[in-house]
Design a protein around this ligand. Structure first.
Ligand code: GBH
Length: 452
């Protein structure tokens, strides 16, 4: 026989890059006038974060960003999704602007571009200014969305000459339901369903303002979208009945965010189920929330399996106990999520451009004696997911780019520093960066525009 290898090649102009977020890497939590964020507060509450880890120093990217961009460029990245810290720009969330914070991101963005890397900027990745929580109740109150509007105007005006790709919010559910509903994330509250639904609505209002700011001040070629971590459903078998069940499960589970954004209304199913817990809103809110976007960002980690149950109704299957996970115990090995996630939004909402704004794997990596970090588990994990992404593109789903989470190990929120998502190892004691095996592999993927 003769072996005929055909690499799984991605479309021309496919975007490859890394993703990170300000609070998780910058450190310098109280430097140059930065205000407290709700995470600075939360991390200091006993028992909330693994090992009591704080964001105070993190990867010290605030000081080391030039070196970090040099390494990123050396490893072949041409795109980088970063976020701006709201409390650096407005220490109290609103009111007085902090020029030193504005200047920092000018230097950061310039250094990024100088390294040959295109910045993709998330306006909000969870680090809400503490003062907005204290004064307004944070996302419970629409004054927080008004404050966000001013903040968005400010950063788009400041950086819009160089930044052309904007993401309004990262994963609404994580800073609403998980922050105000089950208390797992900052501000760590356990409030009623009505309040939680209201926090979603406030977040959607902020998203609308992010779009408006980019349209108003973004200049030529500016584009904007949301990053959502939609619940993803994988049909147990790829038969019409299970595929239809997965589609229905997707619509129901993501109704709070995707229906108002793409259909300009809360679905009757959602309103019926919410009953008196439905969010209160004002005339014009839904028009504002459903302003057209240019793309949808999707953070893809888990998918849940679904089959057609009684009368075709979706039956979501639990993960059996032996189902493989990463060391991040919540993270299942479900590569098909990277097929069904993008396909679902394209089919259901007609989304014309999807960027995978995050995908990656969290493990408790440690270096070998010779200093090498042999994360073959992460390499395999990502590779399997990418094969499914390739399949979705082959089937006609408009996926335009992929950002690996993350460049270097960083502050993994309530899991602290133990859980590492980087392809570059961070030694927190020395701030030394060491590319892991997966980094070298991903360099080749980006370079060859193919799964190697
Ligand atoms: C993303 O969230 C974040 O955007 C990023 O900042 C983060 O570092 C990265 O992923 C890796 O975690 O305990 O079973 O209830 C990922 C979405 C949703 C994952 C909530 C953890 C808790 C699941 N997260 N989830 S569970």
């Amino acid at each position: 026989m003769s072996i005929n290898t055909k690499p799984l090649t991605f479309p021309k102009n496919f975007i490859w890059g890394y993703a990170a977020a300000a609070a998780q890497i910058e450190g310098a939590a109280f430097t140059d006038g930065k205000g407290w964020s709700i995470w600075d507060t939360f991390a200091r509450e006993p028992g909330k974060v693994h090992n009591g880890d704080t964001l105070d120093v993190a990867c010290n990217h605030y000081k080391l960003f030039k070196k970090d961009f040099a390494l990123m460029a050396k490893l072949g990245a041409k795109n980088y999704r970063l976020s701006i810290s709201w409390p650096r720009i407005y220490p109290n969330g609103t009111g007085e602007i902090n020029q030193k914070g504005v200047d920092f991101y000018n230097r950061l963005i310039d250094a990024c571009i100088d390294a040959g890397i295109t910045p993709w900027v998330t306006m909000f990745h969870w680090d809400l200014p503490q003062q907005l929580e204290t004064d307004f109740g944070g996302w419970r109150d629409r004054r927080t969305a008004d404050a966000f509007a001013t903040y968005a105007d400010t950063i788009v005006q400041a950086y819009g000459d160089r930044v052309k790709n904007w993401i309004t919010l990262n994963e609404i559910v994580c800073f609403t339901r998980l922050g105000y509903g089950n208390g797992q994330k900052a501000p760590g509250l356990k409030l009623s369903d009505q309040v939680v639904n209201q926090t979603f609505h406030t977040a959607l209002l902020a998203h609308g303002h992010g779009i408006r700011a980019v349209r108003e001040f973004g200049g030529k070629g500016a584009r904007v979208g949301l990053t959502d971590n939609s619940e993803i459903y994988i049909p147990l078998t790829e038969t019409p009945a299970d595929i239809e069940a997965a589609k229905q499960a997707f619509v129901t589970a993501n109704a709070r965010v995707l229906e108002p954004i793409y259909r300009g209304k809360y679905s009757s199913e959602y309103l019926r189920e919410a009953g008196s817990d439905a969010p209160v809103f004002e005339p014009g809110d839904l028009e504002h929330i459903s302003r057209p976007t240019d793309f949808l960002g999707m953070n893809v980690y888990n998918g849940q399996f679904v089959r057609a149950g009684k009368r075709g109704r979706p039956e979501v299957l639990p993960y059996p106990p032996s189902f493989p996970t990463a060391d991040a115990a919540w993270l299942r090995h479900t590569p098909q999520a990277l097929y069904w996630g993008p396909r679902s939004v394209a089919e259901i909402y007609g989304v014309k451009a999807v960027y995978i704004t995050e995908n990656g794997a969290g493990y408790f990596d440690e270096p070998e004696e010779n200093g090498e970090v042999l994360d073959l588990h992460r390499r395999d994990y990502v590779r399997n997911y990418l094969c499914e992404l390739h399949r979705s593109i082959r089937d006609g789903v408009p996926v335009k780019g992929y950002f690996l989470w993350s460049f270097m190990d960083n502050y993994e929120w309530e899991d602290g520093y133990r859980c590492r998502f980087g392809v570059v190892y961070t030694d927190y004691a020395t701030q030394k960066r060491t590319p892991k095996a997966s980094a070298h592999w991903y360099t080749e993927v980006m370079k060859q525009n193919a799964i190697v």
